[in-house]
Design a binder for this molecule. Structure first.
Ligand SMILES: [Zn+2]
Length: 146
């Protein structure tokens, strides 16, 4: 499994890596700071630049498949063994990080104040959704206890 650089430094905006596998537009790196679509939080986008010819590839989707993190790029051209420099789209990532923190805070308030369980969430750079397990939705109860 590739090294997940975001686990050690969530503020890492660029990094060097080696392509260990390339199938058409799907790239696996020996290490990555691109966060994959997982746990209700959307993936990072950004750029991968080949050191051999300076060609730029846009990262349009990042997914985790079994143990691998796969980077979908906008065109073919990279091959196994290529050395690359990668940039995270920091505007998108930082929004997702902040939404993630807020989602945990809101979940904590609902859990602590109303004893509601959080069953899931989905965060995008535009909006967030938090799923709560309520036996019966009662807006008056929420208003009264706020
Ligand atoms: Zn979380």
């Amino acid at each position: 499994m590739a090294d997940c650089l975001y686990m050690e430094d969530s503020y890492l905006k660029e990094f060097d890596a080696n392509v260990i596998s390339a199938k058409e537009r799907y790239i696996i790196l020996d290490k990555t700071s691109f966060y994959p679509n997982s746990r209700g939080v959307e993936w990072d986008t950004g750029k991968i630049i080949s050191k051999k010819d300076g060609k730029e590839y846009n990262v349009i989707y990042v997914g985790k498949f079994e143990r691998d993190i796969s980077h979908e790029i906008d065109k073919e051209g990279l091959i196994a063994g290529d050395e690359v420099h990668c940039f995270i789209d920091w505007g998108r990532r930082y929004k997702l990080m902040r939404y993630h923190t807020v989602a945990h805070l809101i979940s904590g308030v609902f859990n602590r104040n109303y004893n509601l369980l959080i069953t899931g969430h989905q965060l995008t750079p535009e909006k967030g959704r938090i799923d709560l397990n309520m036996e019966k939705f009662d807006i008056e109860f929420i208003k009264k206890n706020n």
